[in-house]
Design a protein around this ligand. Structure first.
Ligand SMILES: Nc1ncnc2c1ncn2[C@@H]1O[C@H](COP(=O)(O)OP(=O)(O)OP(=O)(O)O)[C@@H](O)[C@H]1O
Ligand SMILES: [Mg+2]
Length: 427
Protein backbone atom coordinates (compact mmCIF):
# COMPACT_ATOMS: atom_id res chain seq x y z
CA UNK A 1 0.00 0.00 0.00
CA UNK A 2 1.28 3.46 -0.87
CA UNK A 3 1.01 6.09 1.86
CA UNK A 4 2.06 9.66 2.47
CA UNK A 5 3.14 10.46 6.03
CA UNK A 6 3.79 14.03 7.09
CA UNK A 7 5.70 15.31 10.11
CA UNK A 8 6.44 18.74 11.44
CA UNK A 9 10.18 18.84 12.05
CA UNK A 10 11.10 20.75 15.21
CA UNK A 11 14.57 21.92 16.19
CA UNK A 12 15.86 22.88 19.62
CA UNK A 13 17.77 26.14 19.10
CA UNK A 14 21.12 26.15 20.86
CA UNK A 15 20.82 26.65 24.64
CA UNK A 16 17.00 26.49 24.52
CA UNK A 17 15.13 23.74 26.33
CA UNK A 18 12.09 23.91 24.05
CA UNK A 19 11.89 23.31 20.32
CA UNK A 20 10.45 25.39 17.47
CA UNK A 21 8.96 24.15 14.19
CA UNK A 22 11.38 24.36 11.26
CA UNK A 23 9.39 22.82 8.44
CA UNK A 24 7.40 19.93 7.09
CA UNK A 25 8.74 16.53 6.05
CA UNK A 26 6.70 14.18 3.89
CA UNK A 27 7.57 10.54 3.34
CA UNK A 28 6.10 8.59 0.47
CA UNK A 29 6.14 4.92 1.40
CA UNK A 30 5.05 1.64 -0.05
CA UNK A 31 4.70 -0.66 2.97
CA UNK A 32 8.20 -0.84 4.50
CA UNK A 33 9.90 0.78 1.52
CA UNK A 34 10.58 4.51 1.54
CA UNK A 35 10.13 5.72 -2.02
CA UNK A 36 10.69 9.43 -1.71
CA UNK A 37 10.80 12.33 0.74
CA UNK A 38 10.36 16.05 0.50
CA UNK A 39 10.94 18.89 2.93
CA UNK A 40 9.92 22.54 2.96
CA UNK A 41 10.96 25.14 5.55
CA UNK A 42 8.17 27.02 7.31
CA UNK A 43 7.92 30.74 6.59
CA UNK A 44 8.25 31.71 10.27
CA UNK A 45 11.38 29.64 10.64
CA UNK A 46 13.00 31.15 7.59
CA UNK A 47 12.28 34.65 8.95
CA UNK A 48 13.89 33.94 12.35
CA UNK A 49 17.11 35.66 13.25
CA UNK A 50 18.94 32.60 14.54
CA UNK A 51 17.69 30.20 11.90
CA UNK A 52 19.99 27.33 11.07
CA UNK A 53 20.02 25.26 7.88
CA UNK A 54 19.20 21.70 9.00
CA UNK A 55 21.82 20.47 6.53
CA UNK A 56 24.05 23.06 4.82
CA UNK A 57 24.25 21.17 1.52
CA UNK A 58 20.89 19.57 0.89
CA UNK A 59 18.70 21.85 2.98
CA UNK A 60 20.31 25.25 2.56
CA UNK A 61 17.95 28.01 3.72
CA UNK A 62 15.93 29.64 0.97
CA UNK A 63 16.47 33.28 0.09
CA UNK A 64 13.59 35.75 -0.07
CA UNK A 65 11.78 33.93 -2.90
CA UNK A 66 8.84 31.56 -2.51
CA UNK A 67 9.30 28.51 -0.25
CA UNK A 68 10.82 25.64 -2.19
CA UNK A 69 10.12 21.98 -1.64
CA UNK A 70 13.35 20.01 -1.57
CA UNK A 71 14.29 16.43 -2.32
CA UNK A 72 17.18 14.40 -0.89
CA UNK A 73 20.51 14.55 -2.77
CA UNK A 74 21.46 12.60 -5.86
CA UNK A 75 24.58 10.49 -5.24
CA UNK A 76 26.75 8.47 -7.64
CA UNK A 77 24.51 5.52 -6.61
CA UNK A 78 21.39 7.40 -7.65
CA UNK A 79 18.89 9.61 -5.79
CA UNK A 80 18.56 8.98 -2.06
CA UNK A 81 15.01 8.36 -0.83
CA UNK A 82 15.78 9.99 2.52
CA UNK A 83 17.49 13.14 3.78
CA UNK A 84 20.65 12.20 5.70
CA UNK A 85 19.89 14.70 8.47
CA UNK A 86 16.60 12.97 9.31
CA UNK A 87 18.21 9.54 8.94
CA UNK A 88 20.83 10.65 11.50
CA UNK A 89 17.97 11.35 13.94
CA UNK A 90 16.41 7.90 13.34
CA UNK A 91 17.44 4.67 15.09
CA UNK A 92 19.71 2.14 13.35
CA UNK A 93 19.88 -1.63 13.60
CA UNK A 94 19.72 -1.77 17.41
CA UNK A 95 16.96 0.83 17.90
CA UNK A 96 14.94 -0.72 15.07
CA UNK A 97 15.10 -4.15 16.68
CA UNK A 98 13.81 -2.63 19.90
CA UNK A 99 10.94 -0.87 18.16
CA UNK A 100 9.99 -4.08 16.32
CA UNK A 101 10.08 -5.92 19.66
CA UNK A 102 7.94 -3.23 21.34
CA UNK A 103 5.35 -3.40 18.56
CA UNK A 104 5.70 -7.19 18.44
CA UNK A 105 6.42 -7.19 14.74
CA UNK A 106 8.84 -9.54 13.05
CA UNK A 107 8.90 -7.86 9.65
CA UNK A 108 10.63 -4.51 8.95
CA UNK A 109 8.43 -1.45 9.55
CA UNK A 110 8.03 1.73 7.54
CA UNK A 111 10.77 4.36 7.96
CA UNK A 112 8.16 6.79 9.31
CA UNK A 113 7.46 4.37 12.19
CA UNK A 114 11.13 4.13 13.15
CA UNK A 115 11.47 7.88 12.81
CA UNK A 116 8.61 8.63 15.16
CA UNK A 117 9.56 6.01 17.75
CA UNK A 118 13.04 7.55 18.13
CA UNK A 119 11.37 9.76 20.76
CA UNK A 120 12.86 12.50 22.92
CA UNK A 121 16.27 10.85 23.40
CA UNK A 122 17.15 10.77 19.73
CA UNK A 123 20.52 11.98 18.47
CA UNK A 124 20.89 15.72 17.88
CA UNK A 125 18.48 18.62 18.20
CA UNK A 126 15.53 17.49 16.05
CA UNK A 127 12.04 16.34 17.02
CA UNK A 128 9.25 14.99 14.82
CA UNK A 129 5.61 15.73 15.65
CA UNK A 130 2.24 15.43 13.95
CA UNK A 131 1.51 19.14 13.81
CA UNK A 132 2.95 22.46 15.03
CA UNK A 133 0.89 22.41 18.22
CA UNK A 134 1.59 18.77 19.21
CA UNK A 135 3.24 18.53 22.63
CA UNK A 136 6.91 17.56 22.85
CA UNK A 137 7.48 13.81 23.25
CA UNK A 138 8.48 12.93 26.81
CA UNK A 139 10.70 10.00 27.62
CA UNK A 140 11.65 9.49 31.23
CA UNK A 141 15.40 9.13 31.58
CA UNK A 142 16.71 5.84 32.97
CA UNK A 143 19.21 6.09 35.84
CA UNK A 144 22.46 4.35 36.82
CA UNK A 145 20.52 1.92 39.00
CA UNK A 146 18.59 0.75 35.95
CA UNK A 147 21.73 -0.42 34.10
CA UNK A 148 21.41 -4.06 35.21
CA UNK A 149 17.76 -4.21 34.10
CA UNK A 150 18.48 -2.47 30.84
CA UNK A 151 21.26 -4.92 30.08
CA UNK A 152 19.03 -7.90 30.88
CA UNK A 153 16.36 -6.45 28.58
CA UNK A 154 18.92 -5.85 25.83
CA UNK A 155 20.02 -9.48 26.00
CA UNK A 156 16.43 -10.63 25.69
CA UNK A 157 15.85 -8.40 22.68
CA UNK A 158 18.99 -9.77 21.01
CA UNK A 159 17.66 -13.28 21.72
CA UNK A 160 14.34 -12.33 20.07
CA UNK A 161 12.33 -12.69 23.28
CA UNK A 162 9.29 -10.68 24.32
CA UNK A 163 10.13 -8.15 27.04
CA UNK A 164 8.30 -8.59 30.36
CA UNK A 165 6.63 -5.51 31.83
CA UNK A 166 9.30 -5.06 34.52
CA UNK A 167 11.95 -4.53 31.82
CA UNK A 168 9.98 -2.21 29.57
CA UNK A 169 12.15 0.80 30.40
CA UNK A 170 14.48 -0.39 27.65
CA UNK A 171 12.01 0.84 25.01
CA UNK A 172 12.28 4.47 26.10
CA UNK A 173 15.95 4.30 27.00
CA UNK A 174 17.23 2.22 24.12
CA UNK A 175 15.27 2.99 20.97
CA UNK A 176 16.60 6.41 20.18
CA UNK A 177 20.26 6.26 19.29
CA UNK A 178 21.96 4.97 16.16
CA UNK A 179 24.41 2.10 15.77
CA UNK A 180 24.21 -1.67 15.80
CA UNK A 181 25.36 -2.52 19.34
CA UNK A 182 22.89 -2.75 22.26
CA UNK A 183 22.83 0.54 24.07
CA UNK A 184 20.64 2.86 26.14
CA UNK A 185 20.57 6.48 27.24
CA UNK A 186 20.85 7.08 30.96
CA UNK A 187 21.19 10.04 33.31
CA UNK A 188 23.89 10.20 35.96
CA UNK A 189 25.25 13.21 37.87
CA UNK A 190 22.94 15.52 35.93
CA UNK A 191 24.44 14.51 32.60
CA UNK A 192 23.23 12.24 29.85
CA UNK A 193 25.29 9.23 28.86
CA UNK A 194 25.19 6.56 26.21
CA UNK A 195 25.55 3.18 27.91
CA UNK A 196 27.03 0.39 25.76
CA UNK A 197 26.36 -3.12 27.03
CA UNK A 198 28.43 -6.30 26.86
CA UNK A 199 26.58 -9.18 25.15
CA UNK A 200 26.97 -12.91 25.83
CA UNK A 201 28.25 -13.60 22.29
CA UNK A 202 31.10 -11.05 22.50
CA UNK A 203 34.55 -12.57 21.96
CA UNK A 204 36.00 -10.13 24.52
CA UNK A 205 34.85 -7.52 27.03
CA UNK A 206 33.85 -5.14 24.26
CA UNK A 207 32.62 -2.04 26.17
CA UNK A 208 35.64 -2.27 28.47
CA UNK A 209 38.02 -2.46 25.51
CA UNK A 210 36.20 0.49 23.87
CA UNK A 211 36.60 2.42 27.11
CA UNK A 212 40.34 1.61 27.29
CA UNK A 213 40.84 2.52 23.62
CA UNK A 214 39.08 5.87 24.03
CA UNK A 215 41.13 6.57 27.17
CA UNK A 216 44.24 5.85 25.10
CA UNK A 217 43.00 8.23 22.40
CA UNK A 218 42.53 10.92 25.03
CA UNK A 219 46.07 10.35 26.33
CA UNK A 220 47.25 10.70 22.73
CA UNK A 221 45.71 14.18 22.67
CA UNK A 222 42.46 13.49 20.81
CA UNK A 223 39.10 15.01 21.84
CA UNK A 224 37.20 12.33 23.78
CA UNK A 225 34.00 12.85 25.82
CA UNK A 226 33.98 12.00 29.55
CA UNK A 227 33.84 8.20 30.02
CA UNK A 228 32.87 5.85 32.82
CA UNK A 229 33.03 2.13 33.37
CA UNK A 230 30.16 0.79 35.49
CA UNK A 231 30.27 -2.50 37.36
CA UNK A 232 26.80 -4.08 37.29
CA UNK A 233 27.80 -7.09 39.38
CA UNK A 234 28.68 -9.21 36.36
CA UNK A 235 31.99 -10.30 34.88
CA UNK A 236 31.95 -7.61 32.22
CA UNK A 237 31.27 -3.90 32.90
CA UNK A 238 29.18 -1.37 30.94
CA UNK A 239 30.81 1.62 29.26
CA UNK A 240 29.26 5.09 29.59
CA UNK A 241 30.20 7.88 27.22
CA UNK A 242 28.78 11.33 27.91
CA UNK A 243 26.45 12.60 25.20
CA UNK A 244 27.96 15.58 23.41
CA UNK A 245 24.55 16.51 21.98
CA UNK A 246 22.91 17.12 25.38
CA UNK A 247 23.96 20.00 27.64
CA UNK A 248 22.59 20.51 31.14
CA UNK A 249 20.45 23.68 31.23
CA UNK A 250 18.57 24.50 34.44
CA UNK A 251 16.40 21.50 35.34
CA UNK A 252 16.57 20.06 31.84
CA UNK A 253 18.86 19.76 28.86
CA UNK A 254 19.49 21.76 25.75
CA UNK A 255 20.45 19.95 22.55
CA UNK A 256 23.07 20.31 19.87
CA UNK A 257 22.34 19.70 16.23
CA UNK A 258 24.23 16.70 14.82
CA UNK A 259 25.13 15.53 11.32
CA UNK A 260 27.06 12.39 10.51
CA UNK A 261 29.90 12.73 8.01
CA UNK A 262 27.75 10.58 5.72
CA UNK A 263 25.20 13.40 5.64
CA UNK A 264 27.63 16.31 5.44
CA UNK A 265 29.30 14.63 2.46
CA UNK A 266 25.88 13.77 0.93
CA UNK A 267 26.92 10.15 0.29
CA UNK A 268 25.02 6.94 -0.04
CA UNK A 269 25.92 4.39 2.65
CA UNK A 270 27.45 2.13 0.01
CA UNK A 271 29.78 4.98 -1.10
CA UNK A 272 31.38 4.95 2.32
CA UNK A 273 34.38 2.68 1.42
CA UNK A 274 35.08 4.85 -1.65
CA UNK A 275 35.38 7.89 0.57
CA UNK A 276 38.56 9.06 2.26
CA UNK A 277 39.68 11.04 5.27
CA UNK A 278 40.73 13.68 2.75
CA UNK A 279 37.05 13.97 1.70
CA UNK A 280 36.07 14.62 5.33
CA UNK A 281 38.88 17.17 5.50
CA UNK A 282 37.36 18.92 2.51
CA UNK A 283 33.97 19.02 4.27
CA UNK A 284 35.67 20.58 7.30
CA UNK A 285 37.30 23.21 5.12
CA UNK A 286 33.90 23.96 3.53
CA UNK A 287 31.52 23.90 6.48
CA UNK A 288 33.49 24.72 9.62
CA UNK A 289 34.13 28.25 10.87
CA UNK A 290 37.45 29.74 9.79
CA UNK A 291 38.73 29.88 13.40
CA UNK A 292 38.26 26.16 13.95
CA UNK A 293 39.28 24.61 10.63
CA UNK A 294 42.94 24.21 11.49
CA UNK A 295 42.27 22.48 14.81
CA UNK A 296 39.61 20.16 13.35
CA UNK A 297 41.80 19.17 10.40
CA UNK A 298 44.68 18.29 12.72
CA UNK A 299 42.27 16.37 14.97
CA UNK A 300 40.99 14.39 11.98
CA UNK A 301 44.55 13.58 10.87
CA UNK A 302 45.26 12.43 14.45
CA UNK A 303 42.16 10.20 14.44
CA UNK A 304 43.25 8.62 11.16
CA UNK A 305 46.72 7.93 12.57
CA UNK A 306 45.26 6.53 15.78
CA UNK A 307 42.90 4.26 13.82
CA UNK A 308 45.87 2.97 11.79
CA UNK A 309 47.84 2.17 14.93
CA UNK A 310 45.03 0.47 16.86
CA UNK A 311 43.51 -1.01 13.69
CA UNK A 312 40.01 0.39 14.14
CA UNK A 313 38.63 -0.55 10.74
CA UNK A 314 35.01 0.31 11.61
CA UNK A 315 35.74 3.97 10.87
CA UNK A 316 32.79 4.37 8.47
CA UNK A 317 31.09 7.68 7.71
CA UNK A 318 28.48 7.36 10.47
CA UNK A 319 31.30 6.94 12.96
CA UNK A 320 32.46 10.49 12.22
CA UNK A 321 30.14 13.28 13.23
CA UNK A 322 29.71 17.04 13.30
CA UNK A 323 28.03 19.31 15.86
CA UNK A 324 26.68 22.78 15.15
CA UNK A 325 28.56 25.41 17.14
CA UNK A 326 26.63 28.67 17.39
CA UNK A 327 29.56 30.38 19.13
CA UNK A 328 31.70 30.13 16.00
CA UNK A 329 28.78 30.02 13.57
CA UNK A 330 30.07 26.83 11.95
CA UNK A 331 30.13 23.06 12.17
CA UNK A 332 32.72 21.31 14.32
CA UNK A 333 34.05 17.81 14.29
CA UNK A 334 32.23 16.08 17.15
CA UNK A 335 34.25 14.47 19.93
CA UNK A 336 35.49 10.96 19.15
CA UNK A 337 33.26 7.89 19.59
CA UNK A 338 33.01 4.21 18.60
CA UNK A 339 36.68 3.25 18.39
CA UNK A 340 37.45 -0.44 18.93
CA UNK A 341 40.61 -2.30 17.78
CA UNK A 342 39.93 -5.18 15.38
CA UNK A 343 42.19 -8.21 15.94
CA UNK A 344 43.65 -9.87 12.85
CA UNK A 345 46.55 -12.09 11.86
CA UNK A 346 46.88 -10.25 8.55
CA UNK A 347 50.11 -8.30 8.08
CA UNK A 348 48.56 -5.97 5.50
CA UNK A 349 45.75 -3.96 7.02
CA UNK A 350 43.15 -1.58 5.71
CA UNK A 351 40.83 0.99 7.24
CA UNK A 352 37.26 1.46 6.04
CA UNK A 353 37.96 4.96 4.68
CA UNK A 354 40.74 5.97 2.29
CA UNK A 355 43.96 7.02 4.04
CA UNK A 356 46.22 8.40 1.30
CA UNK A 357 47.61 7.82 -2.17
CA UNK A 358 47.73 4.08 -1.49
CA UNK A 359 44.02 3.97 -0.82
CA UNK A 360 42.78 2.38 2.40
CA UNK A 361 46.15 0.83 3.26
CA UNK A 362 46.62 1.33 7.00
CA UNK A 363 50.22 2.55 7.21
CA UNK A 364 51.80 5.75 8.50
CA UNK A 365 53.66 6.46 5.22
CA UNK A 366 50.30 6.26 3.41
CA UNK A 367 48.83 8.75 5.93
CA UNK A 368 51.78 11.08 5.24
CA UNK A 369 51.09 11.20 1.49
CA UNK A 370 48.38 13.83 2.03
CA UNK A 371 49.44 15.71 5.16
CA UNK A 372 48.93 19.02 3.36
CA UNK A 373 45.21 18.31 2.92
CA UNK A 374 45.01 18.33 6.73
CA UNK A 375 46.75 21.70 6.92
CA UNK A 376 49.96 20.19 8.30
CA UNK A 377 53.51 20.70 7.11
CA UNK A 378 55.61 17.56 6.90
CA UNK A 379 57.42 18.23 10.24
CA UNK A 380 54.08 19.07 11.94
CA UNK A 381 52.50 15.86 10.68
CA UNK A 382 55.51 13.80 11.81
CA UNK A 383 55.41 15.45 15.25
CA UNK A 384 51.74 14.59 15.59
CA UNK A 385 52.33 11.00 14.52
CA UNK A 386 55.20 10.65 16.97
CA UNK A 387 53.12 12.08 19.80
CA UNK A 388 50.34 9.56 19.14
CA UNK A 389 52.76 6.68 18.52
CA UNK A 390 54.51 7.32 21.85
CA UNK A 391 51.19 6.86 23.69
CA UNK A 392 49.98 3.87 21.67
CA UNK A 393 53.31 2.08 22.28
CA UNK A 394 52.36 1.95 25.99
CA UNK A 395 48.78 0.80 25.35
CA UNK A 396 48.98 -2.16 27.72
CA UNK A 397 49.33 0.17 30.74
CA UNK A 398 46.11 1.97 29.84
CA UNK A 399 44.28 -1.29 29.20
CA UNK A 400 45.48 -2.81 32.49
CA UNK A 401 44.43 0.32 34.38
CA UNK A 402 41.00 -0.06 32.78
CA UNK A 403 40.88 -3.60 34.23
CA UNK A 404 41.04 -5.42 30.87
CA UNK A 405 42.07 -9.00 31.72
CA UNK A 406 45.08 -10.89 30.35
CA UNK A 407 43.08 -12.92 27.87
CA UNK A 408 41.51 -9.81 26.31
CA UNK A 409 44.88 -8.04 26.26
CA UNK A 410 46.27 -11.03 24.32
CA UNK A 411 43.34 -10.75 21.91
CA UNK A 412 43.81 -7.01 21.40
CA UNK A 413 47.55 -7.45 20.87
CA UNK A 414 46.57 -8.87 17.46
CA UNK A 415 45.02 -5.50 16.61
CA UNK A 416 47.31 -2.83 18.02
CA UNK A 417 50.58 -2.57 16.14
CA UNK A 418 53.92 -1.23 17.14
CA UNK A 419 54.34 2.10 15.33
CA UNK A 420 57.44 0.62 13.66
CA UNK A 421 55.35 -2.14 12.07
CA UNK A 422 52.96 0.54 10.81
CA UNK A 423 55.90 2.19 9.02
CA UNK A 424 57.08 4.85 11.51
CA UNK A 425 60.75 4.36 10.65
CA UNK A 426 60.06 4.90 6.95
CA UNK A 427 58.82 8.48 7.46
N1 LIG B 1 29.02 10.52 23.06
C1 LIG B 1 28.03 10.63 22.17
N2 LIG B 1 27.20 11.69 22.17
C2 LIG B 1 26.20 11.81 21.27
N3 LIG B 1 25.96 10.93 20.28
C3 LIG B 1 26.75 9.85 20.23
C4 LIG B 1 27.83 9.64 21.14
N4 LIG B 1 28.44 8.47 20.82
C5 LIG B 1 27.77 7.98 19.77
N5 LIG B 1 26.76 8.80 19.39
C6 LIG B 1 25.78 8.60 18.30
O1 LIG B 1 25.22 7.32 18.48
C7 LIG B 1 25.49 6.50 17.35
C8 LIG B 1 25.77 5.09 17.82
O2 LIG B 1 26.87 5.06 18.69
P1 LIG B 1 28.10 4.09 18.39
O3 LIG B 1 28.65 4.41 17.06
O4 LIG B 1 29.02 4.18 19.56
O5 LIG B 1 27.35 2.68 18.39
P2 LIG B 1 27.67 1.28 17.68
O6 LIG B 1 26.47 0.47 17.87
O7 LIG B 1 28.96 0.73 18.24
O8 LIG B 1 27.87 1.69 16.17
P3 LIG B 1 28.25 0.78 14.89
O9 LIG B 1 26.96 0.33 14.32
O10 LIG B 1 28.99 1.77 14.06
O11 LIG B 1 29.13 -0.33 15.41
C9 LIG B 1 26.65 7.17 16.63
O12 LIG B 1 26.64 6.88 15.26
C10 LIG B 1 26.40 8.64 16.91
O13 LIG B 1 25.43 9.15 16.04
MG1 LIG C 1 28.97 3.44 15.35
Amino acid sequence: MISNTGFVVFIHPEQATTAIPAGRLTLLEQDAELLQSSFGYGRQYVERQNRLALDPLTLALPGDGPAVLRAPPITPQGPLPEFGVFRDATPDRWGRRLIENKLQRLDPLAESVYLLHGGANRTGALDFRDDPTSPAPVNELAQLLDLGYLKEAAERVEAGEIIPARLEKIFDAGSSMGGARPKAVIEADERQWLAKFPMPGDAFSMPQVEYATLMLAREAGLQVPPLRLEDIGEKRPVMLIERFDRIRAGDGYSRRHFLSALTLLARHESDSPNTSYADIAEAIATHCAADTIKADLAELFGRMVFNILVHNNDDHLRNHGFIWDGATGGWRLSPLYDVVPAATHAKTRHLHLGVGHQGRLATLPNAMTQHGVFGLTRPQAIDLIEQIAAVVREWKNTFETAGVDGQDIDHISHAIRSPRDAGLNAL
